[in-house]
Write a protein that binds this ligand. Structure first.
Ligand code: FE2
Ligand code: FE2
Length: 190
């Protein structure tokens, strides 16, 4: 599936082998979950392969794909640019026009409320793919096969906790998404 795209991504990460491995891991998990939750495997594969595509492009190149509002919104958190820029890049340069794929790529870092199944799958796969070193990855991967919303909210919580631990303030959007899915999965979070 998507061999041409995979070759393109491999070339793009020629000097970032770990990122290529991460991308392949995300694709593997995303396809597995897409099969379970009965959505397009093709779309899961494309979203996974492209979600970090601009991660190592210079910020000045990334922001070429962004409007002024997005640039200023994330000026103190430039790591966010790679997601929003990739969403615009795949549409403009790779002719990927499927809005679900574009949104999944765009919101893969923080998530949001009312996510599509593809958005949830990419978020969880990005967090929990097998090359991730942290111990929750495997647990969340297993939970995701049975309860995608629960896996999503646990991944969101873990990301928020990680930031707090590092002395970084999580964003309002992260909290909003987390609280939304906390509500969705009420009673299931331990
Ligand atoms: Fe990313
Ligand atoms: Fe990623």
């Amino acid at each position: 599936m998507n061999e041409k795209l995979r070759a393109f991504v491999k070339e793009k990460f020629i000097n970032h082998k770990e990122r290529y491995l991460h991308t392949c891991g995300v694709e593997e998990v995303a396809i597995e979950l897409a099969r379970i939750y009965d959505i397009s495997l093709e779309k899961a594969s494309i979203a996974a392969l492209t979600h970090d595509i601009l991660k190592y492009d210079p910020v000045l190149d990334q922001i070429k794909y962004l409007d002024e509002e997005t640039i200023s919104k994330f000026k103190d958190i430039p790591v966010m640019y790679h997601a929003y820029a990739a969403a615009a890049y795949i549409e403009k340069e790779l002719n990927i026009t499927d809005q679900e794929i574009i949104d999944a790529v765009k919101y893969h870092v923080w998530g949001r409320s009312h996510m599509t199944t593809l958005e949830k799958i990419l978020y969880v796969a990005d967090f929990a793919e097998p090359n991730r070193a942290f111990h929750e990855a495997k647990k969340i991967r297993e939970i995701a096969k049975k309860d995608l919303d629960l896996a999503l909210v646990l991944a969101m919580k873990s990301s928020i906790d990680y930031l707090i631990e590092k002395g970084i303030k999580p964003s309002i959007e992260q909290y909003e998404a987390f609280h939304y899915y906390e509500e969705v999965t009420r009673g299931k979070i331990k």
